[in-house]
Ligand binder design. Structure first.
Ligand code: H76
Length: 437
């Protein structure tokens, strides 16, 4: 291994209470809300098909013109308590909120920037209202924070001169100040999810990324930090030059998931995926017909897929400029919540089972309980289960306790019966097992 000053601070998973809670939460929601919700993907009469929160970039809008949108920021339908109730009903255990996206607009009244909610007609501290409302519902709050900041004159994409270096050092100090401000104003925050860290300027300042992680952990003991913040001495991101994960969990699975057979290695570390409901819209876009929109069942399968491989899943919501949600997102939250109400015990606190993936669906595991989450019931009505050496299946029941029968067909191979009346949608079977000591 090569010696690194700014590589991984720890080998292996964290097992403290805060990380255990992060892991056991399993299901989260993303909130992408900013000035970009106002134009909703359209600029000067042209609708752009790219991600709506990047409209400033697609339409090549100068920062000062883009930030004039602040004069229209007045979400009259915004109701933090209603948002928190919607999240509670969906069954999410945490919500990641964009404190500041690439555009530089802050959802909190930062004293280090003129581009905040305080300078809009709305005036009030949206972030503070949301944290209180979610926490009051027992939902943890995580902060999304974009290091790249299109509003700041000292941001640099690369460091090519002494002037660049001086400007970017000022920018890093500004960013430190905003992060300290967030940690001080909102001490119940549980996690920082950094984004906008891919530019050469940041990769050349790996020291700073390590300093930020340490600074936040000193201020908020237990807080978790995503791997996307970190760059090591050589600019390597997420995993350092020795292949060790930096931060507390891998955060590279954005709109994609590890393969259940080829990528089983991800079960060796903590990781969290995040996903959009349309093909690629995080912020509010007025026209979802421009790309495929996933059904609630497709979203559910991605949630289960992530947990089956020892990961978390964060489902994205892009609130409208008026502070309400589009009907597709309300319906999605409802559908996922109904399923979690009935079957959530195979998600919360569950992990990778370590059994070979089968075509009918996914396994998850909690202690001695192994769950089968069935998405694709076979015409044979027989669900094949292959157990690791030394593991026997002794019983198969539905979550209401009804025994549905299991038969050993060969060493470490079983057929679990489908319930007589096939459920109308994805359902869960709980296996009782015996493992050699
Ligand atoms: C690219 C990019 C960003 N990363 C996602 C989490 C969204 O914030 C998107 O704008």
């Amino acid at each position: 291994e090569i010696s690194l000053k700014y590589g991984a601070d720890r080998l292996g998973k964290r097992h403290d209470d805060s990380m255990r809670k992060f892991r056991d939460n399993r299901l989260g929601a993303f909130i992408h809300w900013g000035l970009y919700a106002i134009p909703g993907g359209e600029w000067n009469g042209k609708v752009y098909n790219g991600a709506a929160e990047w409209l400033k970039s697609w339409a090549k809008v100068p920062a000062d013109e883009w930030l004039k949108l602040m004069d229209q920021w007045n979400p009259e339908k915004f109701n933090a308590k209603a948002w928190a109730k919607m999240a509670k009903k969906m069954g999410v255990k945490y919500v990641k909120i964009t404190t500041k996206h690439h555009e530089g607009f802050c959802l909190w009244p930062s004293k280090y920037s003129q581009y905040t909610v305080a300078q809009t007609p709305y005036k009030k501290d949206i972030l503070g209202e949301l944290i209180k409302a979610y926490n009051d519902e027992g939902i943890d709050v995580h902060f999304y924070f974009s290091v790249m900041d299109w509003s700041h004159p000292d941001y640099r994409y690369d460091i090519k001169s002494k002037e660049d270096e001086a400007a970017f050092n000022r920018f890093l100090e500004f960013t430190d100040n905003q992060l300290k401000e967030l940690a001080t104003r909102y001490p119940t925050v549980k996690d920082f999810w950094f984004d906008g860290t891919w530019d050469a300027s940041i990769k050349k300042n790996g020291w700073w990324t390590a300093h930020v992680e340490q600074m936040l952990k000193d201020m908020l003991p237990g807080v978790t930090i995503n791997s996307r913040l970190r760059a090591d001495d050589y600019g390597k991101r997420h995993f350092d030059s020795n292949g060790h994960l930096m931060g507390d969990y891998e955060s590279g699975y954005e709109r994609r998931l590890p393969d259940p057979v080829k990528d089983v290695k991800v079960t060796r570390w903590d990781w969290e995926a995040c996903m959009t409901v349309p093909e690629n819209q995080w912020g509010y876009h007025k026209d979802w017909s421009i790309s495929y929109v996933k059904t609630p069942l497709e979203v559910l399968e991605r949630i289960v897929h992530a947990v089956s491989m020892g990961g978390n899943m964060v489902v994205n919501f892009g609130p409208q400029a008026d502070g309400d949600f589009r009907h597709e997102e309300k319906e999605l939250a409802d559908a996922i919540g109904k399923w979690m109400q009935e079957y959530g015990e195979c998600i919360y606190g569950c992990d990778y089972a370590g059994w070979d993936k089968q075509s009918w669906g996914y396994y998850t595991r909690k202690g001695k309980d192994v769950y089968m989450v069935v998405f694709n019931p076979p015409y044979s009505k027989l669900l094949v289960v292959k157990t690791p050496k030394g593991t026997k299946v002794t019983k198969a029941v539905l979550l209401d306790g009804k025994d549905i029968g299991v038969k050993e067909t060969a060493r470490n191979e079983y057929n679990v019966n489908m319930p007589a009346k096939a459920p109308a949608g994805p359902f869960v079977i709980k296996l009782q097992i015996e493992e050699d000591a």
